[in-house]
Design a protein around this ligand. Structure first.
Ligand code: CP
Length: 310
């Protein structure tokens, strides 16, 4: 059974094929209206979400399939103490594929080991968010035409931001990538990303504090929210939450073709005045998340069928 726990579960060739498919879906959505008729997606979300859950549901509806699920741990039997393993065994008999978000790192992996249907990690704690990464890669490739030769600035909460960890993991496999990691010292990337991913793969990177200084050299600026829910105390969160605010003045320092991305939701880190700048692509990014999730659902359901037929 093929699942998706990390962007590394797909080879670069498989990622390319997935993005080709998403591009075709974007250009010819009418060809896919009935592709998943008779199939059901379960969305099991133990943590809040707007984009990931609803874009998965939109993806399955666009493919002609059905959706069921829960949007919080409180509205499921997790509130009565049911384990993720038991839940997925039951869901396996109600649905054909499952997208799961959980506050505990590794919970979707545990679920996948007990599941009879493909499980997609829709975000596990501060660990990974692979379908956000697929969205990010697809947005960059679709709008810039390539994932090679880019200088990428990652700004904000690089410690707890799971989208950042997944994105770095995925991008190091492309050519001539350089990272500028922009954060306060307390929110730098964890050592397993710095040492095991960046250093190990000889990827050029700098860790800096000033967004202004980094702006002129960036091709992509990936802004992130300070992850309040992962802080141990409110005082630290309040001290760091407004550390970076991207505004019109800072945008003037950037290249004319730089692209601003953000996984969303945003809090204060991008001023709304930036939304009208043609380089602000974060709402397009959220829209592209539907196309890549459609491609992913199709691909995993096909793999499950091949498995069953073998
Ligand atoms: N980007 C993202 O994961 O957004 P949600 O938390 O709204 O799903």
């Amino acid at each position: 059974m093929r699942h998706l726990m990390s962007p590394m579960d797909f080879t670069v060739e498989e990622l390319d094929a997935l993005m080709d498919r998403a591009e075709d879906i974007k250009n010819h959505p009418e060809n896919y209206n009935h592709a998943c008729e008779g199939k059901t997606l379960a969305t099991c979300f133990y943590e809040p979400s707007t984009r990931t859950r609803l874009s998965f549901e939109a993806a399955m509806i666009n493919l002609g399939g059905d959706v069921l699920g829960f949007a919080s741990a409180d509205s499921s039997s997790a509130a009565k103490g049911e384990s993720v393993s038991d839940t997925i065994r039951v869901i396996s008999s109600y649905a054909d594929i499952c997208a799961m978000r959980h506050p505990k790192e590794g919970a979707p992996l545990v679920a996948s080991s007990r599941s009879k249907i493909p499980v997609i990690n829709a975000g596990d704690g501060g660990h990974q968010h692979p379908t956000q990464t697929l969205t990010d890669l697809f947005t960059i490739r679709s709008l810039r035409g390539t994932l090679d030769g880019l200088t990428i600035g990652l700004c904000g909460d690089l410690k707890f931001g799971r989208t950042v960890h997944s994105l770095i993991n995925a991008l190091v496999r492309y050519n001539n990538i350089k990272f500028i990691l922009i954060s306060p010292p307390e929110l730098r990337v964890p050592s397993y990303i710095r040492e095991d991913v960046l250093c190990k793969n000889n990827i050029p990177f700098e860790e800096v504090k000033s967004l202004e200084d980094a702006m002129p050299s960036l091709d992509i600026l990936y802004m992130t929210r300070v992850q309040r829910e992962r802080f141990f105390n409110e005082e630290d969160y309040l001290r760091m939450k407004d550390f970076y605010i991207l505004d019109k003045e800072k945008m003037e320092l950037a290249k004319k073709d730089m692209m601003v991305l953000h996984p969303l939701p945003r809090v204060n880190e991008i001023s709304v005045e930036v939304d009208d700048d043609p380089r602000a692509m974060y709402f397009t990014q959220a829209q592209y998340g539907v196309y890549i999730r459609m491609a992913l659902i199709l691909t995993l359901l096909e793999a499950a069928k091949e498995d069953k037929d073998a």
